[in-house]
Design a protein around this ligand. Sequence first.
Ligand code: AMP
Length: 402
Amino acid sequence: MIKNIKTINDFNFNNQIALLRVDFNVPVNKYYKIIDDTRIQYTIPTIQKIISENGKVILISHFGRPKGIPSERDSLKFLIPFLSKKLKKTINFCENCIGENVKKQINELKNGEILLLENLRFYKEEEEENKNFAFELSKLGNIYVNDAFGASHRSHASITILPKFFGEKKCIGFLMQKEIKFLNKFLSKKNNNPITILLGGAKISSKIDIIENLIDFADYILIGGGMSYPFIKINGGKIGNSIIENNNKIEKILKIIFNKCQKKNILHLPKDVIIANSFKNTKNTKIVPIHSIPNGWMGLDIGPASIKYFCDIIKKSKTILWNGPVGVFEFSNFSLGTRSIAKIIAQTTEKGAFSLVGGGDSIASLKMEGYDKKISYLSTGGGAFLESLKNKILPGIKAIKK
Ligand code: AMP
């Protein structure tokens, strides 16, 4: 997937200022406690290499969706104590990303020290892929390192434009290397059959192209959660009030996918579902065949027959990819399907299969049950992970290549 790309090992950072683009957009609870720190963990070796070689580290990241408007809520300040503890170092912080104030703080920074800049998205120019903003950022360091896999599918200033100002002095960090290595490993598993891909979640529009891409690659494509209802509906099934993201484009692609998959017989939908008559964590539920959900009711988890059906396929697989919960796992009454999937993937991996899991929700459900350590690789990118599966080079990786 990537050739001719410099990695962090191609540089010595002695006396250098590394402008390190990270993805610290971690999920937090209302007290700003980090729920999943995988993205930070994977990037720690990159920071450590730079400081151990006596370089300065300038950390740049986005957080949340402030849309160009600075606020306490989306400030990166909450990360200071967490990073200090992880790195056993003082973390300096600057409330700006560009301008004299930042430059002054960088001048005062000693080799081996770290400066975290405020949220890049406090500047609307970041998401607008603005050249001047990228140019101003480029003045802050002399080696650009991209370790923000989770943001590398975005055409944003710090991802696609900023590296252009660094000539040969740009590279990817250890997190990025790891992501690419495991995605390549997955894509090269052509002979390690059966290959099973399980897609769940709610947003079919973000995953539909991938299905088309993976038809020739996979042996089994399992569709669960909110993703399954458009497939059921197009087949004439009754889905009641279940979630459905539908438009003409989706319908057209769905038909194509259906026809292609039917020839190969690789598309597998849930058999039964657990339904409720409102979107809440209720115990007032019924189990019905997925094609006959009554009006006023909605499918919120896969049922026992579907769990068995999906688990039997996963059990015999040698290569497994999972993205997206098969139900509203945030509600305990509708989490059994997703927890069962997490468990069987962990168990099958222990027996020697290769498993790749991406997307915050799937990782969160693995962690709920303590299965995360058993998976071959947890990808830190949701959208970026799915985009990579289309066998396309992400914009952020392409920008390092040039
Ligand atoms: P996505 O971002 O597309 O991966 O969607 C993840 C979300 O899908 C989670 O928050 C789940 O609660 C939701 N989800 C999964 N299954 C269903 C369902 N049957 N009905 C409504 N939402 C669902």
